[in-house]
Structure formats: C-alpha cells, structure tokens
Design a protein around this ligand. Structure first.
Ligand code: HEM
Length: 149
C-alpha cells in the first residue's frame, strides 16, 4: 500500500506540474498581452485545483502510512527536528505543500472575483508563481528528478 501510494504521488507530481505550468503560461500571456480570459483559462484553473486537491488527499494518506510521516512524530516526538531526513518529510514537505495548494486555491478564488480579464490573469499568475516556487523548494533535491517505477 505504501509503495503504491508513493508511486502514484510521485508520478502525479509531473501531471500537477504540467497543469500548473500550463495555467501559469496562459495567465502570464493573458496578463502581459492583455488577452481575454477564455474557457481554456477557466479549464486550466479547474484542472489546477482538481490535481492539487488529489495530490493533497494522496499526500495526507501517505503521511499516515509512511514511516517518515506522522508515525515518525508519534515515535520520536520533537526528536524528528534533529534528524534532517525525518524533518524533511514529517514537517517541511507537508507544510510547504499544504501552503502551496492553499495558494493555488486562493489564487483561483480571487481570480474569479476580479471584474476585468486582466485582473483575473494577474491574480492567477501571481499566486501560481509563489505556489510553484514553494513546490520546487518542498521536494528534497534527491527526489526532484526521480521517476519511480
Ligand atoms: C503540491 C503537492 C505535492 C507534491 C508535488 C508532492 C511531491 C512529492 C514527491 C516528489 C515525493 C517523493 C516521491 C518519491 O520518492 O518518489 C513526495 C513524497 C511524500 N509526500 Fe508529497 N507532494 C505534495 C503534497 C504532499 C502533501 C500535501 C503531503 C502531506 C499531507 C505529502 C506527503 C508526502 C509524504 C508523506 C511523502 C513520502 C515520504 C517517504 O515516505 O519517503 N505530500 N511528495
């Protein structure tokens, strides 16, 4: 179960990354070239939320079945902060990813509330840039380019 979840979570990162980058390119182009907010931009937003939330749910389940997740905190308590590998997964990864996913959600919600198309693109682009930076920082370097089979 652990390995299956980890493999799905690992692969889904590439799908999420592709969707978020697509949404970012669309919103940046729309913002800078002042093009209209179209159905494709809306779809990019919907897909960003859908995949981000799926990754969140998978991550949460993984967090409770991985020895490096909550079980590590249950076993070692604050001791996890002294072990960089345990800290990475039980504290840092979850925190940065949850914040990143919240930012994608907030960006989408604020974007929808904007009266102008330029405003919609701008909100989405701004929040996606910060969320993508956090996602890049939240995956430990040794697993960044990994393709798990
Ligand atoms: C933007 C969302 C996320 C991305 C892109 C992401 C990405 C990743 C990647 C690339 C790995 C390493 C997979 C591998 O070794 O092949 C991983 C592992 C893991 N992630 Fe996430 N993650 C995200 C969100 C979350 C969230 C929200 C949680 C917890 C609530 C979480 C919990 C975990 C756990 C527990 C592991 C396994 C560590 C281990 O046992 O080695 N992830 N994640």
């Amino acid at each position: 179960m652990y390995l299956t979840l980890l493999t799905i979570h690992s692969w889904l990162r590439w799908v999420l990354l592709a969707v978020l980058l697509f949404a970012l390119v669309r919103s940046l182009m729309g913002w800078l070239s002042k093009t209209p907010y179209t159905k494709i931009d809306n779809l990019a937003g919907v897909l960003s939320i859908a995949f981000a939330h799926t990754q969140l749910v998978l991550g949460l389940v993984l967090y409770f079945v991985s020895d490096s997740g909550y079980p590590a905190i249950a076993k070692f308590g604050m001791g996890v902060m002294k072990d960089s590998n345990l800290r990475k997964w039980s504290v840092e990864h979850i925190t940065m990813m949850v914040v990143a996913i919240v930012l994608v959600q907030v960006g989408r919600s604020l974007s929808k509330k904007q009266a102008t198309d330029e405003g919609k693109h701008k909100r989405m682009a701004t929040f996606l840039i910060i969320a993508l930076a956090l996602i890049a920082l939240g995956i430990p370097a040794e697993r960044l380019g990994l393709f798990r089979f």
